[in-house]
Design a protein around this ligand. Structure first.
Ligand code: NAD
Length: 257
């Protein structure tokens, strides 16, 4: 299928690694000019533009300067995510002080990006925003409660963005992974090991193999390129009537009966 994305401009937040990196590279493969933004100073350069700006999405000043420097952006992808580093089950295994940074990065960071780009996208009268969310934001997952709550909030805000931007021919959607082997996912495994007796602790590979069979009907891990394929499709003309949707790529982990 020809996505006809060649020559379009894309900005990816969280472009240094993981799912965001795969999305950035897939847009490049489709002939787009891609710029990235990430807090990591170790991001590999992007092929066409080379540019991954080092910055923190919690700083509206940094995000809006980036948006203003790329005012002709057609598609914006928010693939930033952090956990608390702690494990719930129950939620009071965390401290109230664990919440602020997780909400700040996952939810306020995404709002910063939407606020910074909305004036440009609506003025240009074209384009899309895509937010990476999580199955955790749809199920009340106790694994990392502030993370689940932030993602639930982001799903809701994405719908607001979709409604407000629709009259300007700008779409917004959310892409929801279940389980993908990235640094973020390893941090969930690591947090879960901390309070276990040594005899019950598992290495990441063993944990991963067991866990996926328990929580996913299809029993297999998702991979970053699967999200990249969907991200480019959602940006394309073929998805011109898709807005306000949360699309699960999760092996069937979340099913709304
Ligand atoms: N991996 C999974 O199993 C999984 C599951 C559900 C949802 N997700 C979501 O998918 C998205 C991508 O996650 P991933 O698995 O690729 O994680 P990752 O840790 O590999 O990548 C996240 C990127 O965000 C960047 N980042 C973190 N905080 C930042 C900040 N304050 N400012 C700018 N950049 C920042 C990191 O440097 C990193 O490059 C996230 O939104 C995450 O919540 C992932």
């Amino acid at each position: 299928m020809d996505l006809n994305l060649s020559g379009q401009n894309v900005a990816v937040f969280g472009a240094a690694q993981g799912i965001g990196r795969a999305i950035a590279e897939q847009f490049e493969a489709e002939g787009c000019s891609v710029v990235g933004f990430d807090q990591s100073p170790d991001s590999p350069a992007l092929k066409n533009t080379g540019e991954v700006t080092v910055g923190d999405v919690t700083s509206f000043e940094q995000v809006s300067a980036f948006a203003d420097a790329h005012s002709e952006t057609d598609h914006v992808v928010f693939s930033v995510g952090v956990g608390s580093g702690k494990f719930g089950f129950p939620f009071w295994n965390l401290d109230p002080s664990d919440w602020a940074r997780v909400l700040e990065v996952n939810l306020v960071g995404a709002a910063n990006v939407a606020h910074a780009f909305a004036p440009h996208l609506t003025q240009n009268g074209r384009g899309s925003l895509l937010f990476l969310v999580s199955v955790a934001g749809q199920t009340g997952s106790p694994t990392d409660p502030p993370y689940s709550a932030a993602k639930a909030g982001l799903i809701n805000f994405m719908q607001v963005v979709a409604k407000d931007c629709a009259p300007f021919n700008v779409r917004a959607n959310a892409l929801s992974p279940g389980m993908v082997k990235t640094e973020l996912n390893e941090s969930v495994w690591a947090a879960g090991q901390v309070n276990l007796p040594v005899s019950e602790q598992q290495d990441y590979a063993t944990w991963a193999e067991t866990k996926i069979k328990i929580i996913s009907p299809l029993g297999r891990w998702q991979t970053p390129p699967e999200f990249a394929t969907m991200a480019t499709y959602l940006a394309s003309k073929h998805a011109r009537n898709i807005t306000g949707q949360t699309i699960n790529i999760d092996g069937g982990q979340v099913m709304h009966a």
